[in-house]
Design a protein around this ligand. Structure first.
Ligand code: ATP
Length: 612
């Protein structure tokens, strides 16, 4: 095209004519091509392109060096006498901040106002120092984004790492492995890294490095990896980090973009969604085999962090705490037998899966300290809890795929079942609970497969052994449980299955086949709960539907804190159940997002062969 004497739009006109002939010859696709080439936007774009080409050839130089000053004058004239519509429009255009910015940039170029002025290169560079590189960087408020270390054997000071997105990285002039020779004219020979940091801290304006470049620059051929943090981390509290100021703090559940894994021990990562910032050091998954090395960060310390450092014992301790929660409220009235079942017949609509018995198993198991409620925990469970990171990928459900299972988690009494029931009642054609299994005999009004799947104890135990339950428990001598198959049945019918689960069962639903979206229902403040739960009723193992007491709210708050501390990394969404109506709307929105919008999910879900 560049060599062609014709203008682009002229060529296009010719092509359009030819395509028109092809249409009359009934050539396949010619009409689509014709409408595309004939589109007014394409014609306009070409005109713009041609104008730009003309200006490029003319090599334009600024007409005036003070366009923004002139625009101010024009604006003040217009303000005085902007009577015509054209004048008013011009005033609006000139006042636009973008226009002002363009004019100011224009003036900077016109006045050749390029600050700061770099110092001239030293002219006494010896001939034999060909391999030297002089790097001038302009110091600003940002850290330089590189660390240095002393080579223990040779005593040389080398660039240990260049942090992605930092000043040094963006300059493209410094690489890990470059050997420092001089900083601002001071030879670094015999200096400690701390002394070099001092020189850098005291220098203003530009910093000049003389260095011997690394002979073979490492090629960064790594693909980006995304992980979900399974723990909190604070570099300021980690004595093993080579340079705490270069570290990046993160919290459980944060999604991290790992931009560099070249170092076996210390990766570079950015925290999503803000990927424009400079990366930071985080411990690699191979952290345990730590090397003793010291690196120094070329900047002032960053803000200290308040979060705690990784501690495998902490998770363990919480596990123990979770088991030791006391059931404080004991009531005198016995639970009435007929209220044991909880399926509600409501305007001909059965809401299966609201069984009271399993909820009571859970309460009993907490109060008696004996486990009478169990959650399925696949072998991957412990590795997921122990590993600091879980690789994740962006997943968007295809409209023809099965829906994702929706799981509500929350402390007892917070309103998990109320919200679930309301959601299903809003649209029972879309939302459904899973029908639980039980070994108790059916009551006169119950139907197999509707309120419960009524099965023998033998069959129930077989299902336990073959890991078919997400959660099960015993209550008054009968077994109750939610099976994977009941959940799958709902999903296979094209509906959205919504269940509640004890947090210990989370790993059981985080699978390729269920792709659970986990929503934590959190209590509001005790003051708010006292106001909103006046007519609410709590179920305890001794008493059904009694009003809430202060202790119930306290217990709920404590439990929520413990669950959140231990499991928040698995929560896809959190809803504070303050006003029921608001919570319902939030739940509906979250469920829709889970099904229709891209979400971070464990990479294993999309590589099911590797799932254990
Ligand atoms: N936001 C709210 N405002 C007022 N009342 C609420 C709210 N959420 C729930 N409730 C009421 O609180 C009580 C307990 O709720 P729900 O039965 O759903 O608890 P739960 O979380 O399922 O706990 P459990 O499984 O132990 O019964 C019910 O009476 C319910 O109507």
């Amino acid at each position: 095209i560049a060599l062609c004497p014709l203008g682009l739009s002229e060529i296009l006109t010719n092509v359009v004519e030819e395509v028109k002939v092809s249409i009359s010859r009934d050539i396949n696709g010619a009409d689509i091509l014709y409408s595309l080439l004939n589109a007014p936007w394409l014609q306009s774009l070409l005109k713009v392109y041609e104008c730009l080409q003309q200006y490029l050839q003319r090599n334009p130089s600024p007409f005036l060096p003070y366009a923004s000053g002139l625009s101010q004058e024009v604006m003040s004239d217009l303000r005085m006498s902007a009577s015509s519509p054209d004048a008013r429009e011009l005033l609006i255009l000139l006042r636009n901040p973008h226009m002002q910015a363009v004019l100011s940039a224009h003036d900077t170029v016109a006045q050749k106002d390029f600050e700061p002025v770099l110092p001239p290169l030293p002219d006494n560079i010896p001939e034999e120092e060909e391999a030297m590189r002089i790097v001038c960087l302009v110091k600003n408020k940002q850290p330089l984004g590189a660390t240095i270390k002393r080579n223990e054997i040779t005593g040389e000071i080398v660039v240990a790492r260049v942090i992605h997105g930092g000043l040094a990285d963006r300059s493209g002039l410094l690489y890990a492995g470059d050997k420092l020779v001089e900083v601002n004219g001071h030879s670094v020979e015999g200096l400690e890294p701390e002394q070099i940091i001092q020189i850098l801290a005291q220098s203003h304006g530009t910093i000049v490095f003389k260095l011997v470049p690394i002979s073979e620059r490492p090629v960064n051929s790594q693909t980006m990896m995304y992980v979900r943090a399974m723990t909190d981390y604070s570099p300021q509290q980690d004595p093993a980090i080579p340079c705490a100021d270069a570290g990046m703090a993160f919290r459980k559940g944060d999604i991290l973009e790992i931009v560099d894994q070249t170092d076996f021990l210390w990766w570079q990562a950015r925290k999503l969604p803000n990927t424009s910032c400079c990366a930071g050091l985080i411990p690699s998954a191979n952290l345990l085999k730590r090397r003793k090395q010291r690196e120094f960060w070329w900047s002032q310390p960053l803000q200290p962090h308040t979060c705690v450092k990784i501690s495998p014992e902490l998770t363990h301790k919480f596990k123990e705490d979770m088991m030791a929660i006391d059931e404080k409220c004991v009531e005198t009235e016995e639970l009435r037998e007929e209220e044991d079942g909880f399926s509600a017949l409501n305007q001909g609509l059965y809401l299966a899966g609201f069984r009271r018995s399993l909820r009571l198993c859970r309460r009993k198991s907490r109060s008696s300290h004996q486990q009478s409620c169990y959650a399925r925990c696949p072998s991957s469970c412990y590795s997921a809890l122990a590993s600091p990171y879980e690789e994740v990928v962006r997943y968007q459900r295809h409209p023809e795929d099965r829906h994702r299972l929706i799981v509500l988690i929350g402390p007892s009494g917070v309103g998990v079942n109320e919200l679930r029931r309301r959601l299903i009642e809003i649209n029972p054609k879309i939302f459904q609970g899973a029908v639980p299994h039980t070994t108790r005999p059916p009551k006169s009004y119950e139907e197999n497969g509707r309120e419960y799947h009524f099965v023998t104890k033998e069959l129930f135990e077989n299902m336990i052994h073959s890991n078919r339950f997400l959660e099960y428990g015993e209550y008054k001598g009968h077994l109750y449980g939610t099976s994977i198959d009941s959940v799958k049945e709902v999903l296979e019918n094209g509906k959205i299955c919504i269940i509640d689960l004890e947090p210990q069962g989370i790993q059981g639903v985080r699978t390729h086949e269920l792709k659970a979206y986990i929503i934590f229902i959190k209590p509001s403040s005790i003051i708010r709960m006292k106001q909103t739960r006046k007519s609410a009723r709590i179920i305890t193992d001794y008493y059904v539907n009694r009003p809430f007491k202060e202790e119930d709210f306290q217990e709920m708050e404590e439990m929520a804190k413990k669950v959140e501390a231990q499991y928040c990394q698995f929560f896809d969404h959190v809803i504070v159940n303050d006003s029921l109506q608001d919570s319902c709307v939030q739940l509906l929105t979250a469920v829709r997002r889970a099904q229709d919008e891209p979400q971070w999910v464990p990479a294993l879900w999309l590589r099911p062969a590797e799932e254990s």
